[in-house]
Write a protein that binds this ligand. Sequence first.
Ligand code: ADE
Ligand code: ZN
Length: 344
Amino acid sequence: MESTMNTKGMLADFVEDLPKVELHLHIEGTLEPELLIALAQRNGVDIPYKTIEAARAAYQFEDLQSFLNVYYLGASVLREERDFYELTLAYMSRCKAQQIRHTELFFDPQTHLANGVALAAVMGGINAALRDAERDWHISSALILCFERDRDPEPSVAHACALGGIAGIGLDSAELGNPPEKFQEVFKVAKSMGLHRVAHAGEEGPPAYIWRALDVLDVERIDHGVRCLEDPALVRRLVDDRIALTVCPFSNVALKVFSRLSEHNLGRLLKAGLLATINSDDPAYFGGYLSENIIGTLSSLDLTAKDALLLERNAVEAAFCTDQRKQSLLRDLDQYDASHRNLL
Ligand code: ADE
Ligand code: ZN
């Protein structure tokens, strides 16, 4: 049976139907070229691509910064509350199709503010779509407001945290040269408000940035974190404290953190006992949503269906939802596990 399960088609079927949780997803990174072009026209925003094909052709990246330039340009077509609603509902319908039962989404308010869009429109549109997806498809979610680390922590954004409608704060954008310290105060205030805290660290930046995200920002999860393996003491800390890593394999290859999927260190992260999870980051730009990331990574690294179950149980453990919701998600996974025992 083992050899049958390891054939690519069987593994893909197993992963497609597996109940899943996503913890690292930028909603602006789900903007598919079709919607990008349509919104640019509808909102009269001038972008360098006039066709879907031209947009897709521009999605070739050298590193994180070259991607961010394209990503922020894409985000500039989002202007009205309904744009954010349509974008978010499109992603949530992907979740429905991919058996994603719980998802945690980042958004970048400073980018939208700089484009003259009110935060109420951004959050109103996103949260309305999340509510509709919960009501119609029973997909639970949490919204995480990201500070862009290459900008100053804007007070109006910090105040937005107090308005409600978000579960936590994060830190994203250009990592190199922008260590976590600048955000110590906003993360401290967020903690005092009972908000969750995460930060991108150790994607392109060194292990020292992961240490400082933990020690200075007091984060509960590390986004990416793949460079932790360069520092054995850091690995011990992450393992001992069960700090999850929200790893994004397709993103890491597209941004040249690893030269190819078969070189990715996800297998080594799991072997080290780290609470690793798989996520899609910016799926419209990196060639696949969550199922494609899991299937591609497992098959490139000779990992198995059992590893897929472990990754999903890790994601449930690290999710920012109630214990009751976690129990329900774990029950779904146990059931799926039991009904596929003959294949595992
Ligand atoms: N914003 C969107 N995707 C990102 C990534 N992979 N790293 C940092 N900031 C981001
Ligand atoms: Zn990210």
